[in-house]
Structures are given as structure tokens and as C-alpha cells.
Design a binder for this molecule. Structure first.
Ligand code: MN
Length: 478
């Protein structure tokens, strides 16, 4: 279970009675958070920072606990911020500055100097905010009474983003084959990706998978086929082609587990020893939270698994998508985003059908794939690109819609969406920003989640939505 350490601030100037009350109020607050947000993380109350030494010990504990994904701090009383310098210099995990109080209302009839000494977040949290700014430490601030819904929502978002960042820092990606030979946006600096996001991008030959697939026992393949038919409708007579995909999924699962990987890539330019391009195998794995990128796209593979982790406590669908073609009817412009095969089954609104069709490229056997209609509603499309000297996240608000007409000759999962504020500005902004044709679409996450991830990881962010104007497009001209 992931944890957030709750570290309150005070000092030893106010006497034991005051410090005991700080402790009692913090324990009550942490119990409340565990009751309301315990489905996401566990909140752990740490010793009150009364001295620099205690702060260092608290932060060391946060860094040494692999289950701790972040820290929440709150200054119940004044807490001279020089006491926080050495501790904060140790912390390398997401930080939330909770600007709150133990009391919602002022007790006007009773308030005296003891009350003022005990409850002075307005004083102590500003002193603390100064030292965060002075040290240049990325952090979030959530302000308001801690029991209020908007404050709880802010802490919940921080917990989910912090958990995703913790996952990212330990993420290992298996790349089978390299980057597709001439594709630009899928390439980048793997070293920088590991330094910034923690992604260990490991290379293996696809022959490793071909071998494991060949070695899969018939009973294992039968079990995988039973999994498929329990979830999906068998809509083909070519059972052998589906069993071949079942072998691939078994092979990927074994390999990823053995090597501690939660994401992978393949490329149809290197399918040595494979009869088909992985289709249903990749689609089914993505629906289990495994990141995937085609064409050797390790960035989108890693990023999609991180965002799936961020969304794991929410309703809706999150996963890899590839942009393809447009309907440019004036005023009704739509995009059809169906990759050749690899649309995650988590986007299914209708029960997916297992079908086998030719692929048209790659010179391999016809691959089995899942065909379905997509969920609809408001969502975001997000991508991450490597510009050499920095990474950039681009996040566009979209609306997923039903397909306006059936497409009986297109044998892939079909996802359609409307761009915001409109096609002209939305897609032009994406192009100016250098947005990839590989991205993550989510009906669970919002721009605010992505913005928090970008701030806490120090990543440049460009947002596109109803508030994007022609004037904004001008900013992209360099
Ligand atoms: Mn592509």
C-alpha cells in the first residue's frame, strides 16, 4: 500500500501542553484523511517538527520507505523555517503544502492569546512557503479547511499523482526491437528519460518472446483462450490465429514479470520468429495496466502506464491511442483514432469481438485483434515529446463521440473524438506544439491532473481546450 507521510510543523517554544494539542489535532486530521482517502493511499503521522534534527529524521524516513510516495506538511503553529532547510534538501519525493487549520471557524467569544499561539497557520504556513520558494522545491499547495470537499479533492489528486510518480521512478520498460527505423517522434534520449522520470528503458530481441511463445504449454494456451472467451466474443473461424496471439500474451506476461517490467514496446520492422504482429495480446495486456508503445515508442509506453496508474482508482478508460484520419465536414469535424491493431480493450463500450484480418503491412500472417465501439464523453489527449534539451507534455481537451456512421469495412476498434475549442485551433495548436501521433487518451483524468504531474516533475506543459484562442496560436511561432 502506498503511503503519504504527514509531517506537521511547530517548535519547542510553546510548551508541552501546546505540543500535545498539536499532536492530538494532527492525529484527528490523519484519521479523517485515512477514512476519506484511504482507498488511494495510507496517511502516516510523523513526529512533529520542533527542531531541524527532527525534520531531517522525518525526511530521511520518507526517503528510506519505498512505500512512501510523498509528503504532506502543515504548520499548525509557527515553525521557524530555517528548521526545515536541511530536511527539505533531503526530500526527493512529491511534496504537498497543506494550508489549513484544525478549526473551521474562529471562536470569537473565546479567542485568547493561547488560541492564537496554537492555531497560527496563516503565520507559520507563510514562513514555510517562503523557504520552499527560496529553495526552489517543486510542490503543490492546497488551501482551505481540511474537511471541506474541495480540499479533500485536492489532496486526493495529489495522492494519485504522487503514486503515479512513485510508480514512474521505479518503472522498467522492455523494448523488443529498437525504434522503428525512420520514425522521429518515437525516438529520444533514454538516458534523460531515466534521469528525469526514472524510466529504465531495456532492450531485448523479439526472439525472446518468439521462443517463450513456442514453449507455451497447450494447457496454458487453453487457459488464456478461456480468459479471452470469458471477456470477448469469438467472431472468427481462424482459431489457430487467436491461439497464436494467446501464446504471445503468455510470453509477454512471463517475460515482463520475470524482468520486473510494467511496460513494453514492439515494432513491426522486427518481428523475427513471430508469425503475427501482436494484436489482441497487446490489447488485453493494456487493459490490465501494462504500458505499450508500437514502433519502439518507449516514451508513450512508459507514459501510458504511469497515467493508467494515476487513474487506477477512478471510473473511465485510460490508454494508448494513435491518431489516424479526419472527417472534415464543416462544423462537424471529427477524428478517427484507430491504430492498425493496438487499441486498449479498456476503451470498449460494446463487448469486443475477436476477429482475424489482413494487416496490409509487415508481411506477416493475418493478426487476431479485438474490434469494438469506444466509450464516449469528455476526455483528454496527452502526449510527451523529447525536444533534446527538455521534455514537453501536450494536453488537449477532447470529447469522445459515437461514430456517426457504421464502418463495416474497417476491422479495428474505433475511437472518435471532437477537438476543442474546434478542429482548426485544436489540431493546429497540437501541430505547432510538436504533439506526437502517439498519445494517451483518458476519460478518467483531467487537465488538472496532468498539470500537477508536470509541475511536480518539472516538465513543460502546453494545454489546449475551450480556452485556447487564435492569439494563443501566435505564441507557438518561434
Ligand atoms: Mn505510429
Amino acid at each position: 500500500m502506498s503511503k503519504l507521510y504527514f509531517i506537521p510543523g511547530s517548535q519547542d517554544l510553546y510548551g508541552d501542553e501546546c505540543l500535545a494539542q498539536v499532536r492530538e489535532d494532527c492525529a484527528k486530521m490523519v484519521a479523517f484523511f485515512n477514512e476519506k482517502l484511504g482507498d488511494v493511499v495510507e496517511f502516516v503521522l510523523m513526529p512533529t517538527v520542533e527542531t531541524s534534527r527532527i525534520c531531517v529524521e522525518d525526511m530521511r524516513a520518507a526517503m528510506n520507505d519505498d512505500e512512501c510516495v510523498g509528503v504532506i506538511t502543515w504548520m499548525h503553529t509557527f515553525s521557524p523555517a530555517k528548521m526545515w532547510i536541511k530536511g527539505l534538501q533531503i526530500l526527493q519525493k512529491p511534496l504537498l503544502h497543506l494550508h489549513t487549520q484544525a478549526n473551521e471557524k474562529l471562536p470569537y467569544d473565546l479567542i485568547d492569546m493561547d488560541f492564537m499561539n496554537l492555531n497560527q497557520a496563516a503565520h507559520g504556513d507563510r514562513e514555510y512557503g517562503f523557504i520552499l520558494a527560496k529553495l526552489g522545491i517543486p510542490h503543490e499547495v492546497v488551501a482551505g479547511y481540511y474537511e471541506h470537499e474541495d480540499v479533500l479533492a485536492g489532496i486526493r489528486r495529489f495522492a494519485e499523482v504522487a503514486k503515479a510518480i512513485g510508480f514512474s521512478k521505479n518503472l522498467r520498460i522492455a523494448t523488443f526491437g529498437n525504434n522503428m527505423r525512420d520514425v522521429a517522434v518515437t525516438d529520444g534520449n533514454r538516458l534523460e528519460a531515466e534521469i528525469k522520470y526514472g524510466w529504465e528503458v531495456k532492450y531485448w530481441g523479439i526472439g525472446e518472446i518468439a521462443k517463450l511463445a513456442d514453449e507455451a504449454e497447450e494447457a496454458e494456451v487453453d487457459a488464456k483462450m478461456a480468459e479471452y472467451t470469458s471477456k470477448y466474443i469469438m467472431d472468427t473461424d481462424n482459431i489457430d490465429a487467436v491461439r497464436e496471439q494467446a501464446r504471445y500474451e503468455i510470453a509477454f506476461e512471463k517475460f515482463l514479470q520475470k524482468n520486473g517490467c510494467c511496460a513494453f514496446t514492439d515494432t513491426f520492422q522486427d518481428l523475427f520468429g513471430m508469425k503475427q504482429l501482436p494484436g489482441i495480446a497487446a490489447q488485453n495486456l493494456m487493459a490490465k495496466g501494462i504500458g505499450f508503445g508500437p514502433e519502439g515508442d518507449y516514451k508513450i509506453s512508459a507514459f501510458s502506464s504511469v497515467l493508467m496508474k494515476m487513474a487506477e482508482n477512478r471510473e473511465g478508460a485510460t490508454g494508448f491511442i494513435e491518431d489516424y484520419t479526419y472527417d472534415l465536414t464543416p462544423g462537424k469535424e471529427l477524428e478517427l483514432a484507430s491504430h492498425m491493431l493496438e487499441v486498449p480493450a479498456s476503451f470498449a463500450r460494446t463487448q469486443p469481438k475477436i476477429q482475424v484480418h489482413p494487416l496490409g503491412i509487415g508481411n506477416k500472417a493475418d493478426p487476431a485483434r479485438l474490434v469494438f465501439d469506444s466509450v464516449t464523453g469528455d476526455g483528454i489527449q496527452v502526449t510527451l515529446i523529447d525536444l533534446g534539451d527538455h521534455f514537453r507534455i501536450i494536453c488537449a481537451d477532447i470529447e469522445l463521440v459515437e461514430v456517426p456512421h457504421p464502418m463495416p469495412n474497417l476491422p479495428v476498434a474505433q475511437i472518435m473524438y471532437r477537438h476543442k475549442p474546434n478542429f482548426r485551433i485544436g489540431t493546429a495548436a497540437w501541430c505547432y506544439a510538436g504533439g506526437a501521433h502517439h498519445s494517451v487518451v483518458s476519460t478518467s483524468l483531467t487537465r488538472d491532473d496532468i498539470a500537477m504531474f508536470a509541475r511536480l516533475t518539472g516538465t513543460e506543459l502546453i494545454v489546449i481546450g475551450d480556452d485556447t484562442t487564435d492569439a494563443d496560436l501566435q505564441k507557438f511561432y518561434m
